[in-house]
Design a protein around this ligand. Structure first.
Ligand code: 13P
Ligand code: SF4
Length: 305
């Protein structure tokens, strides 16, 4: 097998040859983030894909993210190096289950986290991300909304949104594993540290946070805070760029279990293989893509703060 430098060189050459852009989510393995053209959160990456003039988008993330790229840029070939890299939370609600929930509450808008399949987005009124959840929910012209699929994120939104919110009972198995006891222990070990956490964490963990935000928000927080030690409540992959961007600061994971196995599936060898053979194509069918795109476009039209 080629060594690391050969792999790098071969991948970079193929990316150029195929007019491809390589995107990596903030939770990907360090070596994938290192070689990618752009790293970022799920939605930011899909927007970057749509804005780029590449013919091929090599998406290192999980399946729903590659689908979002295909929804936003149907003219490009989207490759996911491991088609088995799914998101257990996105798979916790199917289109059929959502159809049944909609029948129970006629007229109530469905507000879907981007961590959903394209087929589920197609049945939803508007999407949201962890970065704009409250703003999107407040923008919906209704007194009541139905949030899917994350109970923890829904709970977080319900704290500050100005309407009645019901939600589906899904969750991210990785964030759900972090316990308040682990956070309290880390705070005791590092009394001057601040605790930043993702809203996919349990409500009793979120309650302990000094700052709650998306993965992109965490990079900003890490740079701007005066604190020298930061306890980080999200998937461990985020530490790669955080440490690189803030050499004078210390980042502490409060638990060893903050690892998403699906996000760690893609290796450099997989990247090389799919680029060589143009394998792992993710293409959302037009009849799903158009309504799913409407839900994403409505979200993108919500003004930023
Ligand atoms: P963001 O990167 O959009 O915050 O999402 C977190 C996540 O769990 C993605 O799978
Ligand atoms: Fe899904 Fe959680 Fe993994 Fe993100 S970290 S891909 S939400 S299981």
């Amino acid at each position: 097998m080629s060594d690391y430098n050969d792999l790098h060189r071969e991948i970079r050459t193929l990316l150029k040859e195929k007019k491809a852009i390589m995107l990596a989510h903030n939770y990907q393995r360090d070596e994938i983030q290192e070689i990618a053209d752009i790293t970022g959160d799920s939605l930011g990456l899909s927007q970057a894909a749509a804005e780029s003039d590449a013919d091929v988008v090599l998406f290192c993330g999980v399946h729903f993210m590659a689908e979002s790229a295909s929804i936003l840029c149907p003219e490009k070939t989207v490759l996911l190096p491991r088609l088995d890299a799914g998101c257990p939370m996105a798979d916790m609600i199917s289109a059929e289950q959502l159809r049944l929930e909609k029948e129970k509450r006629p007229g109530v808008p469905v507000v879907a986290y981007v961590n959903t399949t394209a087929a589920v987005k197609a049945l939803s009124d508007i999407c949201f991300t962890s970065a704009n959840a409250v703003r999107v929910v407040d923008s919906v012209d209704a007194d009541e909304v139905y949030l899917i699929p994350d109970k923890n994120l829904s709970h977080y939104v319900a704290r500050s949104a100005k309407k009645k919110i019901e939600w589906w009972d899904g969750y991210c198995p990785t964030h759900e594993r972090l316990t308040p006891e682990e956070v309290v222990q880390a705070k005791e070990r590092y009394p001057n540290a601040l605790f930043v956490c993702h809203p996919e964490c349990r409500p009793d963990v979120v309650e302990l946070a000094d700052h709650i935000c998306s993965t992109s928000g965490m990079y900003r927080f890490a740079k701007e805070t005066e604190a020298r030690t930061i306890i980080v409540g999200t998937e461990m992959g985020i530490l790669y760029r955080m440490k690189k961007e803030n050499p004078g600061k210390r980042f502490i994971l409060p638990s060893r279990s903050l690892i998403c196995p699906n996000m760690k599936l893609i290796t450099l060898e997989d990247v090389l293989r799919v680029l060589r053979n143009m394998e792992g194509v993710v293409k959302v069918k037009e009849e799903i893509r158009l309504p799913a795109r409407r839900a994403l476009d409505r979200m993108l039209a919500v003004p930023r703060d």
